[in-house]
Design a protein around this ligand. Structure first.
Ligand code: GCU
Length: 620
């Protein structure tokens, strides 16, 4: 009997792999079944030294007729993913990973290798590893936190799949291709910008390329817990609601959800590997910035138990107010890019996240806008722990190709991956669909599609986008916010740069705002540049005094805007941008940070902190 069960189980596992393979391999599988709560799983990091080959002509991918090697029945040994070595002195092989340079992963290539600082194109990475102890029936996945922009992944010469999008995770199963020793994982990374990509050709941030976040091998039982949502029901602080999804589970497989501190134990029976639930929450302490209470949550089956720290809070709106746990709040925020300015590269670690979020706390923030793409998971889990509310955004930025089906597919997929990864984070209250996209029918259609899609993934959070204002033709001192897409959003947010890209700082308090929505409004960006240490008159651009004065004047205006429910000034620290080229001042850095790229606070940092200290007493 027992043998029969094992055989059935094996058949089921193999069957679903076969199905996956049949449908996806020909179409070069996109990672479909994202593993969530990876820190809670049995994993082995593949971080460390990887060999790499810089391949601007994609010589390791195409033959001289530009036919892709991985489309060939028997891929040529010239294909870099074959990791081939000359068998003898007569054989012609024109690459060798093991004799090639290496770099440390995770990490972008631009900040690690001087000659790759401006490089955009293909780089191949290879990592060899042994995995002798995979017990019979168990499954192995390779998980990438993020690879910018296009990743094609191969194991032992076989293609596992492809992923596009530089800021969200993906994983592939490699169980059937694995061998106990001498496995070689090869990743072709291409960060070439192109029109239909998301983001598209033009961004005001550095296009860091590479395997920018952790890579790990994750071992799972034959049937495993793929993903789950456990949060308070929308507008109901007394009911926990959500779902559990199992992978390759027989019908009727049981799942248990436990929250020991609440004395909560709930049994579920899945059908087709899926089950939804609603459970009375009991005497729950709500998560908030003032008390970021997290509960140990256990999700288990007869094969596996996953543990995670999760906070519970409700978030909603009422007219112009944002209600956290039913109470109106003011978002004292700052915008942040995912960069460790002092190291000069993409941020990826918990230590990087701690630097940025500690600065935000020092500033008096209860909220951060993570711009303009999903940041690494450490940022969100630390925001949960430190008590910082979060705006998370996908990189539908400026002039994305709104007519392109491929662009919409990519944006939708990035939204899926971001929400799938982060839906249990109490800190995240806002999903943002876009930043400074020019209103048009095509654009509105594009964003509406994303808004609809996000509601199929998570109904508990608020939706927004960073919109733009325009002047009232009849009265230039009046600024209008009337972007039609605002109707579909829960929160209307806008960026404005009065005193920097137009007018003088002292014009700000004179501005009249005509905001055509009875919804909560956020000023998602404002600011001006200053080179830290450069001092002068307050009307002298690039000085700390100019930036300080701009903040003083803007905050006067802010206090006269009754509908505003929060701010996220641009930006916490100076960051690299290929668009900022003024010698001796910018030198490749956007200088709108309140903190320099050497970690030194500018005068305006203290202006904003004083304002937030005051707001915190007014709006506890
Ligand atoms: C824009 C944009 C940012 C940019 C900033 C700036 O509004 O959203 O990505 O860096 O302004 O001009 O500094």
């Amino acid at each position: 009997m027992k043998l029969q069960n094992c055989l059935n189980q094996l058949f089921r596992t193999f069957a679903c792999q076969l199905v996956l393979g049949l449908f996806l391999l020909p179409g070069l599988a996109q990672s479909q079944n994202l593993l969530t709560n990876t820190p809670g799983r049995h994993s082995l990091s593949l971080g460390g030294s990887w060999n790499y080959i810089v391949d601007p002509y994609q010589t390791g991918y195409y033959n001289y007729r530009l036919e892709p090697y991985d489309q060939q029945k028997e891929p040529s040994t010239s294909a870099f993913f074959m990791n081939h070595h000359a068998r003898d002195k007569t054989e012609l092989v024109e690459y060798d990973f093991d004799k090639s340079a290496s770099m440390t992963l995770p990490g972008d290539w631009n900040s690690q290798k001087e000659n790759l600082q401006y490089y955009e194109g293909t780089v191949w990475f290879k990592r060899s590893f042994d995995y002798p102890d995979l017990r019979a029936g168990r499954r192995l996945f390779v998980y990438f936190g993020a690879v910018n922009y296009r990743a094609e992944v191969y194991l032992n010469g076989h293609k596992l799949g492809l992923h596009e999008g530089g800021f969200t995770p993906f994983n592939f199963e490699l169980t059937t291709l694995l061998r106990p020793r001498d496995n070689f994982l090869v990743v072709k990374v291409d960060n070439q910008r192109f029109k239909e990509a998301v983001p598209t050709l033009n961004t005001d941030w550095w296009n860091y390329g590479g395997i920018t976040r952790e890579v790990s091998l994750i071992e799972e039982p034959p049937t495993f817990i793929q993903d789950y949502l456990i949060q308070l029901k929308k507008n109901d602080g007394n009911t926990l609601a959500g779902h559990v999804r199992l992978n390759a589970a027989p019908d009727g497989e049981a799942v248990q959800i436990e929250i020991p501190e609440l004395g909560l134990k709930h049994q579920l029976v899945t059908h087709g590997g899926y089950a939804e639930f609603e459970i009375p929450a009991g005497k729950i302490s709500y998560w908030s910035p003032e008390s970021p209470k997290l509960y140990e949550v256990l999700v288990s089956t007869r094969h596996q138990r996953l543990r995670e720290d999760i906070g519970f809070r409700t978030i909603s709106t009422a007219g112009p107010n944002i209600l956290l746990n039913g109470k109106s709040i003011y978002l004292r925020g700052i915008s942040i890019h995912e960069e460790n300015a002092q190291r000069g590269g993409r941020a990826y670690s918990e230590a990087d996240a701690l630097v940025a979020l500690t600065w935000a706390k020092e500033l008096g923030c209860n909220y951060v806008r993570l711009a303009h793409y999903p940041h690494n998971e450490h940022m969100l889990r630390l925001a949960d722990k430190m008590g910082l509310l979060v705006w998370e955004e996908i990189p539908v930025y400026w002039t994305v190709d709104f007519a392109s089906a491929a662009a919409l597919k990519s944006a939708r997929q990035q939204l899926t991956e971001a929400i799938t990864r982060d839906k249990n984070r109490a800190s995240i209250i806002i999903w943002s669909m876009a930043n400074e996209t020019p209103p048009s029918d095509l654009r509105n259609h594009f964003l509406r599609k994303l808004i609809e899609h996000s509601k199929t993934l998570d109904t508990t959070r608020l939706l927004s986008a960073a919109l733009e204002r325009h002047e009232d033709k009849g009265d230039p001192s009046t600024q209008i916010i009337d972007d039609a897409i605002g109707e579909q959003l829960d929160i209307v947010a806008f960026n404005q740069y009065i005193g920097w890209y137009g007018g003088k700082p002292e014009d700000a308090p004179k501005v009249k705002w005509d905001i055509r929505f009875n919804k909560p409004v956020l000023m998602s960006e404002f600011g001006g540049s200053a080179l830290q240490g450069l001092h002068g008159a307050r009307d002298e651009r690039w000085t700390e005094e100019y930036q300080e004065y701009l903040y003083q004047q803007t905050l006067l205006m802010v206090q006269a805007m009754p509908q505003l429910r929060g701010l996220s000034p641009w930006i916490l620290s100076d960051f690299r941008s290929p668009k900022r080229l003024l010698p001796g001042i910018q030198d490749g850095w956007n200088r709108k940070g309140l903190i320099s790229n050497r970690g030194i606070k500018k005068k305006a940092f203290f202006t904003l902190r004083a304002f937030y200290d005051k707001m915190a007493t007014q709006y506890p």
